[in-house]
Design a protein around this ligand. Sequence first.
Ligand code: TYD
Ligand code: MG
Length: 467
Amino acid sequence: MAKASTQYVCEGCGAASPRWLGRCPSCGGWNTLVEEVVKKGPRGAARASLFSEPGRGRPVPIESIAEDAAARMPTGIEELDRVLGGGVVLGSVALVGGDPGVGKSTLLLQALAGMARRGPTALYASGEESIAQVALRARRLGLAFGELPLGDRLQLVGVSDVAEVEQAAQLTKPTAIVVDSVQVIRSSDLESAPGSVSQLREVTARLVDLAKQSHAAVFLVGHVTKEGAIAGPKVLEHLVDVVLSFEGERGHAFRALRASKNRFGSATEVGVFEMSPAGLREVPNPSELFLAERPVHAAGSVIASVTPQTGGARAVLVEVQALVGVSGGAGRRTAQGVDGARLAMLLAVLERKAGLQLLGADVFANVAGGLAIDEPAVDLPLAIAIASAARNRPCARDLVAFGEVGLAGEVRGVPRGATRLAEAASMGFGRALVPASTAERLSATDRAGVEIVPVRDVEEAIAAAIG
Ligand code: TYD
Ligand code: MG
């Protein structure tokens, strides 16, 4: 097959050059040139054929479009389906990112087997592991070779070129496809190495075309790089319909699946799993998991009701821990699961507004269980945990807290108060420290039988929590 011709395009100004150059001759940017296929021929023809579809190039009235235009299929994994917005949308592409070893391959193999078990054909295209390894895992997890035969509905193929994925899809006509991983698949149209920006873009664009044309749901595995962005630069995120990230701390069994982009649902759901010897298990009640090992009556431990990261529709109770030690030196500050800059800000506020002596002290903050919280509602429980640790006075055991803390020490309102209280009530907590402005807006039902302690500033909150 003849190679498609390629050119190098500046990501800054769009200028094209036939060769790679270190510096863009047009805008002067360094290292901005990226290889691209010069698009003509088949891809152009494919585009033209799309124009014969209704609604392509010819407007149709909005109310003429049926609701099921985006058909969904459940994967059989409820936590995944919920994060996707109620199952996977056929013809869409979802990118699943995460650190190596977090469990992306396991999750998607379980999802594919779940779909194949219900009838549709599924294709697992593996570029990283051999198909023997994938089959062995499926056998060990009881996803295949069990009592209920899958027949030929779950197909495996080893691939290194995107053309092989396309070919396998032509042969098997799958309803769902996993490509593991997008970083090791290349397009032979480009000279660049697999995993380079040009390759990632071209391979992903071809797989998006494949999804649209075959109406299969495509899942792409993408490893997160040191910088934390999926597939190195975030170049892929705008090409796909859904971006999921699979997260978990090393040494913890718990895993969180979040959507950071979802064209077919809210990007606010969080799915929780536990990695077990039998694969990933869904955790329908994460609060229970996070509170299981809570110490009895220890200073520096406060329960927070949070809606993790993007603010899921469901709240989770987590234990926020702090340890304050005298160092004599400059004072070390360590934050696990909370933002380091936020911790530094809270320490300054506690010094100035609540009279705590923290200058030069070592302060360690941690969210037990390994969940990363990046919403401001964790400020108040963290501030109380630090005060509790510094004064060596435990916080009341039946108390939860949530609220943002401002620079003046004021406790500011946060959204989803009722959701947070419902979770606290279901876990048996009787009292909640709530920002006064949030408390004002709560109806009797919103309070869910939890006694509300409205607080205006950190000093008041600390007094209410640790006396
Ligand atoms: P994997 O799905 O291969 O991760 P990724 O594709 O994100 O790189 O999972 C790898 C880890 O998960 C591996 O270190 C072992 C662990 N694991 C279990 O604990 N139990 C299991 O049943 C499986 C399949 C994996
Ligand atoms: Mg893998």
